[in-house]
Design a binder for this molecule. Structure first.
Ligand code: NAD
Length: 364
């Protein structure tokens, strides 16, 4: 939560308590929250009806919640089944920010999109910072310096923002995505869409499908010359519920020229680039490879503000306003597609079907 949005929650009829130093990493001292009408309370969790956080609470803190408490945070259900079990057993109603359905009505609540926007921008800025050359064309009396060539793989929310940012800095940008609709979006950003002689891969809900190994190998072959020519390569490809697709091998990176830079946003979810390490810069051939690790946290101010706005919009949807019959209440309507879609556990049950099936297969 950011101080400027505390008033939106109190306006809904809620009392807001924040743990001390909750906003410190985003440059919001406790006094700002207090001035905005929140109480700064080391014991904030103990009496909460709704707990809002970025990362999910760990099991020891879940155990301290009262039955019936609701939590709203990112909650990686496939990699942290232990937390899902802890939330279920504590009778907590847990909502996962990643599971908010991608429908028009939920756009203002979609934290995956808001954080991808921050990440995509950051990737382009990191590439520009690591490159030891101009991005734009410079025509000067002393001669002409050509613009940098940037290639972006994966043109979803993050990739399109990386393209837009690199374009604004003057680079020549080419981009590729497996979804057919992406080519038009890439062109609308002023970049060149790389068209490969390969089938497109549309999944459900506007997402990509996973590649077969055969198609992946052909995609790598066809992309190699584009990558060899690039000064900077930015990769942002993802497939929901899977580790990130491996798009660029060590051999492909070794074909890049002196001073080349690779920025792999997917490094902390498996990596799009062979050899990338989340949170580190490693060298392969001529290239420095930067591996992203919790990239939105590198721009904590805007990332927090956008996430807090997503949270306020979700809580507004889940709150029954005060009327002549009574006070406002947190009362999520489980018949609502957004509420039902984002709910992981409720009343001692796992509501998210794929997670319930996965837990059943693991056995007791
Ligand atoms: P994402 O983070 O899951 O994936 C990033 C990109 O990687 C996607 O564009 C995907 O097609 C691409 N990709 C996957 N495998 C690839 C491969 N092998 N090679 C190259 N690229 C590959 O996706 P995202 O950014 O969250 O969004 C995906 C789509 O959903 C976009 O079309 C976006 O416009 C749409 N969307 C809709 C809403 C909404 O309607 N509320 C909200 C957000 C996004």
């Amino acid at each position: 939560m950011v101080p400027e949005l505390v008033g939106k929650l109190t306006g809904l009829g809620a009392e807001v308590a924040v743990e001390p130093a909750a906003g410190e990493q985003a440059d919001h001292p406790d006094e700002e929250y207090a001035a905005a009408g929140a109480v700064v309370d080391p014991d904030a969790l103990a009496s909460a009806d709704v707990v809002v956080s970025v990362q999910p609470l760990e099991a020891d803190r879940v155990a301290g919640l009262r039955a019936g408490t609701a939590t709203l945070s990112f909650l990686p259900v496939s990699t942290r089944p232990d937390l899902v079990v802890a939330l279920r057993d504590a009778q907590v109603t847990a909502f996962a920010a990643e599971l908010v359905p991608r429908i028009s009505r939920a756009q203002s609540m979609d934290a995956l999109s808001s954080q991808a926007l921050v990440s995509g921008y950051r990737c382009a800025i990191v590439a520009a910072g690591l490159l030891r050359r101009f991005l734009p064309l410079n025509m000067t009396a002393a001669g002409t310096v050509p613009p940098a060539q940037v290639v972006v793989l994966g043109a979803g929310v993050a990739g399109l923002q990386a393209i837009a940012t690199a374009k604004r800095l003057g680079a020549v940008v080419k981009a590729y995505d497996v979804r057919a609709a992406a080519a038009e979006e890439i062109r609308s950003m002023g970049a060149q869409a790389i068209e490969l002689d390969l089938e497109t891969l549309e999944g459900t809900g506007g997402y990509a499908r996973e590649m077969t190994e055969d198609r992946a190998a052909r995609q790598r072959d066809l992309l190699t010359p584009y990558i060899a020519d690039a000064d900077a390569l930015i990769t942002t490809a993802a497939v929901p519920g899977r580790t990130a697709p491996m798009l660029v091998t060590d051999q492909m990176v070794r074909q890049m020229g002196p001073g080349a830079v690779v920025v792999d946003l997917a490094a902390d979810s498996g990596g799009n680039v062979e050899g990338s390490v989340a949170g580190k810069v490693v060298r392969v051939g001529n290239a420095q490879i930067w591996g992203g690790a919790n990239v939105p946290s590198q721009m904590p101010g805007p990332a927090s503000k956008l996430y807090a706005q997503n949270v306020v919009n979700l809580l507004t949807l889940m709150t029954r306003p005060a009327d002549e019959d009574g006070a406002a209440a947190f009362a999520p309507d489980f018949d609502d597609e957004i509420v039902a879609g984002s709910c992981v556990t409720h009343a001692g049950e796992v509501r998210h079907e794929p997670t319930r099936d996965a837990l059943r297969q693991q056995g007791p």
